[in-house]
Design a protein. Structure first.
Length: 582
């Protein structure tokens, strides 16, 4: 038994031993089945049993190395006196999964919850990192509240094309517009496919993946600083082994998430997310994660913190560096060194140390990539990582990354051009006869949690080709879906309530004037209440896309974006007892 401190949990209190230790026919069967595959009693008896929840998949490139990392986690568990068991879980890898991995985040959370609850395990190492895998893994684990350590998949190595740094996602969008305009060739486009994505790992920009692994790090469920270690770095192998070692001590010390994660941890994580210039998707995930720990966190609270925190990390899409650069510049805790006045330094993490202790050890090695408060990447007067908008178009809120909006669009009124579905938008957007100007407000609706279903990342609506040819590079775009964290532009997202359930977005008609005032935090359609009431009386719900299976369940029970898009029946108040097998 490898224990750093006096154990708080005795051998007889280990959950796994209730399966294996008793002199009963049920325990006999449990031991017998492990013997069936070659294990000895001494391999798993009288020691912590650790689940390795692995989201590896052949169709999840960001997680393609996690099969090997699981072996390295096992090495650490064995070394520290535990017994590792690998349990595969749904791999929610971006890009390949249609219509969106967001549809399956809750599925992964449910699977993790049931895997941990129903098996003889005392703790878990969670392997993931691609966008929805981090919140999905943590939501499920928080609900069970066993000791856990999250091992992030790590970002891919820097991309480069013809001497220019290229970031996955960010430059995909940029060069796609150039291809549409004829500024690059088809041969260039093919070259870009491999230039941007040079190695294993998650996106090398500050997209949703690195946003969420950074949040997990500051929440305290990772080896501190592990979120920025590049996936292809040998240090990432060592990180996996360390996770295996440390989870054993976490079990003996009873370091369940509920024993050290408080609302202050979440507030600290929000500060980090905002200073990173992170993904708007985090606003949904962090609310859902907090709820699983019975911590109430609102969109309004996140937005209030955002008013104080400028972007300090000079990383794409807000800046011009990539994750590998950020890691070697000092990483996440180097960044936090410049934010000490905004955080609670006494919060703890799974290893038992405080945020203040971790920050004290950190060094900033590049002041251009990790900026001081006196020299932010984007000053607060030019926008923030997250801005909350409210008005008659979004009574429950909408969000945008206002730091990426062009100055002339911060206060804008223009006529609506409405698309009822993504297929129609895609078919019409490059039509030279499309009635659109630079002042037009593009709207995509019926793309929210219920409508799509699952809120796909369609929110960075393409600029119509006729406007690109005129030199227009940004315009106001509004939708009830989401946007990739790697993207940018004046995109207003997560409109709640969504159109598919009768939210005001469903009532907009072509030509209605839409008024946006970012500084005032308002989003309104200039249509009088009487007209809106008449339109509402004639509105008919969109027929649900799904009639069976998980997608139907999703549409029936998902909450709106401002509430975290979790299932209503997975509220933290609905606890489930241990399995009745003993």
């Amino acid at each position: 038994m490898s224990v750093k401190n006096t154990p708080k949990v005795t051998l007889d209190e280990l959950r796994s031993q209730r399966w294996f230790k008793p002199h009963t026919i049920r325990a006999f069967a449990h031991r017998q089945r492990l013997a069936q595959i070659g294990w000895r009693r001494e391999d798993f008896m009288n020691k912590p049993v650790i689940a390795i929840i692995n989201t590896w998949s052949d169709l999840s490139p960001c997680h393609s190395h996690l099969r090997q990392r699981a072996e390295e986690v096992k090495r650490g568990i064995w070394q520290a006196g535990g017994f590792p068991v690998e349990l595969p879980a749904l791999s929610v890898g971006e890009v390949m999964v249609k219509p969106t991995t967001m549809l399956y985040r809750n599925f992964l959370a449910m699977e993790v919850e049931e895997l941990l609850r129903s098996h003889p395990v005392d703790g878990a190492v969670l392997l993931g990192g691609c966008d929805k895998s981090t919140p999905g893994l943590l939501m499920g684990a928080f609900s069970v509240d066993l000791p856990i350590i999250f091992c992030p998949a790590g970002p891919m190595s820097n991309g480069q094309w013809r001497g220019q740094k290229t970031g996955a996602g960010t430059h995909t969008k940029k060069y796609w517009d150039e291809l549409r305009l004829g500024a690059i060739t088809e041969h260039d486009w093919v070259e870009l496919e491999s230039a941007m994505t040079r190695s294993i790992g998650t996106c090398n920009t500050m997209g949703t993946a690195s946003t969420m692994t950074s949040i997990a790090d500051i929440l305290g469920v990772t080896i501190p600083g592990g979120c920025t270690i590049p996936a292809a770095d040998a240090n990432h192998v060592r990180l996996a082994t360390q996770c295996g070692v440390e989870i054993i001590n976490a079990v003996w010390q009873d370091k369940r998430p509920s024993t050290y994660i408080t609302k202050e941890n979440f507030k600290n994580a929000i500060v980090a997310y905002l200073a990173l210039g992170g993904s708007t998707n985090a606003a949904i995930h962090i609310i859902a994660m907090a709820n699983r720990l019975k911590i109430r966190l609102t969109l309004e609270e996140i937005a209030e913190i955002a008013k104080k925190i400028p972007v300090l990390a000079n990383i794409f899409p807000a800046g011009n560096a990539l994750m590998e650069d950020f890691h070697f510049a000092g990483g996440l805790y180097g960044l936090m060194k410049n934010l000490t006045e905004f955080v609670n330094l006494d919060t703890e993490h799974v290893l038992g140390r405080t945020l203040g202790e971790e920050i004290a050890k950190a060094k900033i090695l590049d002041n251009e990539i990790i900026r001081p408060l006196t020299n932010p990447v984007i000053t607060l007067d030019k926008g923030s990582t997250l801005t909350l908008l409210k008005g008659n178009l979004c009574p429950d809120g909408a969000v945008m990354k206002s730091s990426s909006a062009q100055p002339h669009l911060r206060k804008h009124t223009g006529p609506a051009l409405v698309f009822d579905d993504h297929a129609t938008l895609s078919a019409m957007i490059d039509d030279p006869n499309l009635e659109v100007t630079a002042d037009t407000v593009l709207i995509l609706r019926n793309a929210g949690p219920v409508g799509a279903p699952g809120m796909p990342e369609w929110g960075n609506l393409p600029i119509p080709k006729k406007l690109l040819q005129q030199g227009v590079t940004d315009m106001i775009r509004i939708t009830d879906c989401r946007m990739s964290g790697t993207h940018y532009g004046s995109c207003i997202l997560h409109v709640a309530p969504e159109a598919a359930i009768g939210g005001p977005l469903a009532l907009v008609q072509n030509g209605d004037l839409i008024e946006v005032d970012i500084d005032a935090g308002t989003l309104n359609m200039k249509v009088d209440d009487k007209t809106l009431a008449e339109r509402k009386s004639q509105w008919k719900p969109v027929k649900p896309r799904a009639t069976r299976s998980y997608q139907a369940l999703y549409q029936q029970h998902v909450t709106q974006a401002n509430l975290g898009c979790d299932f209503d029946f997975l509220s933290a108040e609905g606890d489930i007892s241990e399995p009745d097998i003993f």
